[in-house]
Every structure is written in C-alpha cells, then in structure tokens.
Design a protein around this ligand. Structure first.
Ligand SMILES: Cc1cc2nc3c(=O)[nH]c(=O)nc-3n(C[C@H](O)[C@H](O)[C@H](O)COP(=O)(O)O)c2cc1C
Length: 377
C-alpha cells in the first residue's frame, strides 16, 4: 500500500484534493451547512478552545487507543457516521466505507437515504454494521425497513431526531443539486471537469435513494422525488421511540441529542446510547456547538455517548473523550478521503487519525483513553 502520509499528512490536504475531484454541485452538498454556517464554524472554534494539560518526564510508553462500547471491544474509538447519498459524493462510497470499516473493526453506519439498499451492502459488512433510520410515516414501512436492515446484517439501529423539518441549506440549493440527481446543463459541465468522479458514476449509474425508491414504487406510481418527504415522517414524537424500542431487538441509539432534559428522558425510555450531534450544522444555525453541549448531556445521563460534528483529527477525538464522549464519529472526513484518494482514502484517514491520537497522547502522558478527562484544563 502506498504511504500517503508525506503528501497528505492532514485532513485539510485530503479536503483540498477532494474539492478538485468532486463536481462543484456535489461538493456544495457535502461541504455546506445551513444559514450563515455559524454553527458549522462554531463546532470548529469551540473544539479548538478545549485545552488539555500536557505532561513531561513520564518515560516511554505506547498509548492504547482501544475502548469498549455497547459491550463490544474496539481497537479504535471512532467510526463512520451515516451520510445520505454517499454514493453520489464518491462512486461506490457505501461499499468502500463498509469494506474499510470491516477491515478496521470500526462501526459503519448506513443512512436511510443512502444510494444503496441494505441488501446491496450486505456482502461487505463487518460485525459493526449500524443502520440509521429517518422514521417512516407508515408503520408497515417502518417494520419492513427494520426487517430488511436486520436481514442484511445490520445489528444496531440509529434513530436520527435532529431533522424535525427540512432545513434550508442555502449553499446546497445554490449549487443546484436536484433529487433525484440529474446531470444536465451546468451540472453536466461541472461533472465533465471531474473525470475520475464521472468515470466512476458511469460504472455505478446515476445514484438514487434506492431504499426509498423501493417504497415509493410499492405505495404509489409517483417518483421518489415526490414521496421521500411523505414516506419519511420527519417530525416523530416520543411515541416513535417507544415503537422502535419495542420492535428492534438490538442496540438502539438516538442521534442528534444536545439537551440534558432530552437525554434524561431518553434514558427512561430504555434506549442504549445517545449520539451528541448537530448534524454538522446542517439543520439549525442558532444552537450550541456539540462540544459545548456534550458536558451537559454527560451530566444528565449514565448512557454511553457518541460524539460528532466537526472532528478533524486525532486531537479532536481526544478532546471529545476528555469531555465525556465514549465514542466518536466522523461524516464528511471519510468522504473527503474518498474524493482525494478513491479506494485508498478511508484507510489513510483511519491511519492518520490513529497516528495523531498516539502523538498527542504521548504529549499528554496518557496511556489510555480513560485518563483523558483528568487532563482537561
Ligand atoms: C452530506 C451529508 C449527509 C448526511 N446525511 C445524513 C443522514 O442521511 N442521516 C443522518 O443521521 N445524518 C446525516 N448526516 C450527518 C452525519 O451523520 C454526521 O452527524 C455529521 O456529518 C458529523 O459531522 P462531520 O461531518 O463534521 O464529521 C449527513 C452529513 C453530511 C455532511
């Protein structure tokens, strides 16, 4: 395997190259947030403000990056967050990310609105395959979706709750992406400037939300464009958590929790873990950064916590764990890696994150992740 560290030592290097290899309208979908993108920026600046106390004269040691989460042992404390239309961002993304997750022994989460169905990715899944659900309106579709996910090998269910309504995502709108995506006019010209992406798309076909399409066909003759919004009831209530708790017999994680009160109530509802996320600033531009929300959620529950939104390196992972996270996820970075280096991208990113964690733990003098909270300044 080629060593990419000399040329792409940091996520910013992957991001810069990905931008040159992904068509502009797709880039705007991947890289943008909502409103003035203040929350997107705040996620970053507030992470930078988390300071940890380095130590000296602690002798030589090899830091241990392993952790336990929901009863499973992981060599690395991070994984892959669900990203809708992943296969549009980079052709074959769902398969490539599932394969890399299996190789690394880290969780891969697949979105309800991925470009592949659970069955399509089944051959590539490892033992930590998580299915992310946007709650379907129709109980039969809900049950069928869970059945299909389970049959394909997904063992953990994620319910995303921070999308009660569609957000405006002005930059994405300006970019011109349609649903389903069409390569016409200026979008076709943008695609023509990105041959690696376009060749890949020629092989996979134009990506669509295949799982949603399958239900749109069953329930009506109308296309998925008209029906994704209807089929997915975007504003579920607390009763929906109960349905999923009753109907799913594996771990249930609620994603998009930033409030202490919600965290306490969700624990009472019997869910297994909470995912502190603000969807990378894509939904609401007037809320706290996730690193600001994390300590409040931590104080309100004894449930295991996942953290995401704005993680850009190993040091950020350490910061989140120091603040009380048990596991950390990344969404966009895996796609920057795919855009930059294709098949080889995700392995390079995983290695980069692990190396950065090791280097910073060496500075901190922390041998295990458990020692991190005591290092918080
Ligand atoms: C292009 C894009 C699509 C996303 N689609 C979904 C989705 O379908 N379901 C979901 O729960 N979260 C979705 N997310 C949010 C991610 O799961 C995750 O919370 C976020 O990307 C983490 O922030 P990061 O990208 O800074 O790592 C999406 C994020 C991006 C950037």
């Amino acid at each position: 395997m080629m060593d990419h560290h000399a040329k792409y030592p940091d996520l910013s290097d992957l991001k810069a190259r990905a931008r040159k290899r992904i068509p502009h309208f797709v880039w705007e979908y991947l890289d943008s947030a909502t409103g003035q993108e203040a929350t997107l920026k705040r996620n970053r600046t507030k992470l930078d403000e988390v300071l940890l106390r380095p130590s000296i004269l602690h002798g030589e040691f090899t830091p241990e990056l392993s952790t336990t989460f929901l009863g499973r042992d992981y060599k690395l404390p991070f994984g892959i967050a669900p990203v809708g239309m992943s296969g549009l961002i980079w052709p074959g993304a769902e398969r490539l990310l599932a394969q890399e997750a299996a190789r690394q022994g880290i969780p891969y989460s697949m979105s309800t609105v991925a470009t592949q169905t659970p069955k399509d990715v089944a051959p590539y899944l490892g033992e930590d395959a998580w299915f992310q659900m946007y709650p379907p309106r129709d109980p039969d579709i809900r049950k069928d979706m869970m059945k299909r996910a389970k049959a394909a090998g997904f063992n953990t269910l994620i319910m995303t709750v921070d999308v009660p309504v569609a957000s405006r995502r002005e930059r994405q709108t300006r970019g011109g992406l349609t649903q389903p995506p069409r390569l016409t006019g200026r979008l076709a010209m943008q695609a023509a400037l990105r041959p690696a992406w376009l060749n890949g798309i020629r092989k996979t076909g134009m990506p669509r939300m295949k799982l949603m399409d399958s239900y749109a066909e069953q329930t009506t003759s109308l296309s998925s464009t008209e029906h994704v919004g209807y089929l997915l009831r975007t504003s579920p209530g607390w009763d929906y958590v109960k349905y999923l708790r009753d109907e799913w017999d594996g771990p249930l994680i609620i994603k998009g929790v930033c409030n202490a009160d919600d965290a306490a109530r969700l624990q009472d509802e019997g869910v297994d873990a909470l995912w502190v996320s603000n969807h990378a600033g894509r939904q609401f531009d007037g809320g706290p950064s996730t690193i600001e929300a994390l300590p409040h959620v931590r104080a309100a529950t004894t449930l295991p916590l996942i953290f995401d939104s704005g993680i850009e390196g190993g040091l950020d992972i350490l910061r989140a764990i120091a603040h009380g996270a048990d596991f950390v996820m990344l969404g966009r970075p895996w796609h920057y890696a795919l855009g930059a280096l294709g098949d080889a991208g995700p392995a390079h990113l995983a290695d980069m994150l692990a190396k950065d964690m090791v280097s910073n733990m060496g500075q901190l003098g922390t041998k295990t992740l458990k020692e991190l909270p005591a290092r918080l300044l």
